[in-house]
Design a protein around this ligand. Structure first.
Ligand SMILES: [Zn+2]
Length: 576
């Protein structure tokens, strides 16, 4: 197979054109619509009229109407102007005064559709919901009954602060599921897991096992293991016990079903572009070829795909308007915010142990990784939550940029949670792009008490970043956080959680700023602001129709606004 052929297959371009997806006319650069706002040169096939359009285009922030042709916006203006462009056969959508904003972008999402479809969910992926430990045991017991002894039984979407029992899940609870199966409950945050005694025994972990670098085996007051294991300490469970096996064909089927499923969920919540943390690239392409990919994918690669990019000379931005290679997948520098393992420069408030979180990478290893990716022309992306980890990331990027300068590299910082003035100054100087937690300020306020108000004033610091002129974007981190953009916007505007508690009110931003964070700033995060993120002539016709205006409803109701329609490339991708 020739190099060229294999690249074609790699990107799935052959599959896409075979399915007719690329048959829409492409606009040449010479097309006049960007110069003339009401150009009739492109025959509109869709007219959107009588809307309250918040364009997120600084040059013309408000409009009533726009015209779409071949999947792109070709004119934006008043309803009278746009009506004048009507041609035979063009569809008209009368918005009847409803609000329209650009399609939302989530810049950090694990897109775990396979888990949603096929695994045992012990918590609610999308909304705040409290469960009992008994319900977790019951669901896993049912699974264990259909699973051969010795084979793992897994539970997903556990959230330790959404438990009615108001206590920690411990190994003893999971021993009630089974003493013959290794059992694990995965925290939705992805950095801690809870094991039963059988699993600990199979991994040969006991009260005398020391904590490895970058992780912990947690213990109770008497020094016994309690079953909670954090970050890299979980590696001892790899290769232990039996895993349910699937044939290559079954695996591929599950991946395809998972992508198709989550794509429907994304557009249901108004997301039209999502940055995927890895995942099965062939499955995404096949779902697209089947016509079931409803949202646009910025694919963030790791492992084999990233290696292929580096060795094959493929850079960020390769692909098309539906599937494009973006930054790398998050390269992890520290632990988790929600599970309280992120690396802080001070001990965790309220803990007497002096614990400062987990750094999961040495500065030397990080320097090497960043330099290699940066030199390959690929946008680097690291997971850095705590101030210590953000500092390490910036140090590595500053070093790489000094040795191998590249303009407009936009190094991406996933989470970028706890900042200080010096870190913000360095982020601005590097042109780095943070993608911060969005829904946490509503969903996870029950965890902010572990950090306290002083740290929360400097966490998820949207106000500080916007004031500093940094392109702060939204990154739900699903599964750790729900991905609903409207829940995220409500949290950014109010900084008040489901429990009515407000944290870091100094970081509140306006509704307009919050929409910007979720649209045009998201496009900027992946170098796509020329084609996405605002309702502007020449850009892709990706937009959301809302039943109410988030600017005028009471701020505590923004998350409840109904999505009336999600449109991607001029075609309706969701309608209730
Ligand atoms: Zn993540």
């Amino acid at each position: 197979m020739s190099d060229r052929q294999s690249r074609r297959e790699f990107m799935g371009l052959a599959a896409a054109s075979a399915a007719g997806i690329l048959t829409r006319p492409a606009f040449s650069d010479a097309h006049p619509f960007t110069a003339a706002p009401f150009s009739a040169a492109a025959e509109p096939d869709l007219l959107v009229l009588n809307a309250k359009v918040y364009t997120m285009d600084a040059a013309a922030p408000r409009a009533e109407a726009f015209a779409v042709s071949g999947g792109r916006i070709v004119a934006v203006g008043s309803s009278a102007d746009i009506r004048g462009l009507a041609r035979k056969g063009a569809q008209t959508f009368d918005a009847k005064g409803m609000t329209i904003v650009p399609g939302f972008t989530d810049c950090h999402n694990h897109a775990g559709g396979t888990t949603l479809l096929y695994e045992v969910l012990v918590g609610n992926p999308f909304e705040v919901e409290f469960v009992t430990i008994a319900s977790i045991i019951e669901k896993l017991r049912a699974k264990a009954q259909q699973t051969p002894p010795g084979t793992w039984v897994d539970g997903y979407f556990f959230d330790d602060t959404k438990v009615k029992d108001k206590r920690q899940l411990v190994a003893r609870d999971l021993d009630q599921v089974s003493t013959e199966h290794p059992v694990v409950v995965h925290h939705r945050g992805g950095h801690t897991s809870f094991y039963n005694s059988k699993a600990l025994q199979l991994a040969k972990v006991d009260r005398n096992t020391p904590n490895p670098a970058g992780g912990t085996f947690d213990r109770d007051e008497s020094g016994e293991l309690n079953g909670r294991v954090t970050d890299r300490a979980r590696n001892v469970f790899n290769g232990v016990g039996t895993r349910t096996r699937y044939s290559a064909e079954q695996m591929a089927q599950r991946e395809r079903d998972g992508i198709a499923h989550i794509s429907k969920q994304f557009v249901r919540y108004g997301l039209t572009s999502v940055h995927h943390e890895g995942g099965d690239l062939p499955a995404i392409q096949e779902v697209r070829a089947r016509g079931e990919l409803k949202h646009r994918v910025s694919y963030e690669s790791s492992g084999r795909v990233l290696e292929s990019m580096i060795t094959g000379g493929i850079r960020s931005g390769f692909g098309d308007e539906w599937i494009k290679l973006g930054a790398t997948s998050e390269h992890t520098v520290d632990g988790s915010f929600s599970e309280r393992t992120m690396a802080l420069s001070i001990p965790y408030p309220g803990l007497s142990s002096g614990y400062k979180g987990n750094v999961t990478e040495t500065q030397d290893d990080l320097n090497t990784w960043i330099e290699r990716v940066h030199r390959a022309g690929i946008q680097v992306n690291c997971h850095a939550n705590g101030d210590v980890a953000i500092d390490m990331f910036l140090t590595a990027v500053e070093r790489a940029q000094k040795a191998f300068p590249r303009a407009d590299a936009r190094p991406k910082i996933t989470h970028c949670t706890l900042i200080n003035d010096d870190l913000v100054r360095r982020i601005k100087a590097l042109g780095a792009v943070p993608a911060m937690f969005t829904t946490y300020a509503y969903y996870n306020t029950d965890k902010f008490v572990f950090y306290g108000e002083d740290l929360m004033k400097r966490s998820m610091a949207y106000r500080t970043f916007i004031d500093a002129g940094v392109w702060a974007a939204a990154g739900s981190d699903f599964s750790p956080g729900p991905f609903a953009p409207l829940m995220g916007i409500q949290g950014m505007v109010t900084r008040t959680g489901w429990d009515g508690k407000t944290w870091g009110a100094n970081q509140r931003i306006t509704v307009d700023e919050a929409i910007r964070v979720n649209t045009i700033n998201g496009a900027y995060n992946s170098h796509e602001e020329a084609t996405k993120g605002s309702i502007t002539a020449g850009k892709l016709a990706d937009f959301v129709v809302l039943a109410d205006d988030p600017h005028t409803v009471s701020a505590e109701k923004i998350k409840d606004i109904q999505i009336v329609r999600t449109v991607v490339g001029g075609a309706t991708a969701y309608q209730p």
